[in-house]
Design a protein around this ligand. Sequence first.
Ligand SMILES: [Fe+2]
Length: 257
Amino acid sequence: MKRAVISDIHGNLAAFESVLADIRRQGIDEIYCLGDIIGYGPDPRACLALAKSFPVNLLGNHEEAVLFGAIGFNPKAKRAIEWTRDQLSLKTEPQEKNRELWNFIGSLPKEHREGKFLFVHGSPRDPTREYIFKQDFQDRKKMDEIFASPPDMTWQVCFAGHTHHPGIFAQDHPYAFLEPHEIGHEFEYASTKTRILVNVGSVGQPRDGDWRASFVVLDDQKIRFVRLDYDVQRTIRRFRDCPDLPEYLAKRLEEGK
Ligand SMILES: [Fe+2]
């Protein structure tokens, strides 16, 4: 069975639609989404409506911020959270529709376990908020603690998003960070005993210097990293309809930063 694992759409509808079309073209059965469907981008309602039918959706820190307050967010991100919250309660939309969106966000779990797979937004230790940056592979203590979390589960493959930087943390040298291009964009997990934490990258706001949408395809043997062109100018034009969103959030999309 083939599954797509996606994350961090951030209200970027053009990127999301392109990714969904590509997933359909590849004949992939299911989509798992690791959170941050909203926040930053100009189309939170449409992105939530598209994600709603996925069999797995997790709570990201931006959904958490919309629900409970933007604690620890920088001023630009905070402004986008406040704007997003208003968008979900638009007076011009049927109240029933608004309620559905809020109920969906409010029902999101923090993690999903499935056999040897663990799915989180941030990290196994703090599933919604903790960042695992690529240079963290050198922080032995942090990596040991992350690979030992959660205490009641030993996973073989953990999937996360949150940093918007795709790649694999491997527990074998003792730790390494493998950029997708260093491994031919593929990793065979089924035939190795190495435990890996896979960052799937971001659909709607990549930050690894490549502006294209990122996600992974998981089958019974391997994980494959995908990068996909989309109409980034369409999203940038949408930002112009939303003057309350900081312009910087549109500009960074072209640079992938
Ligand atoms: Fe995010």
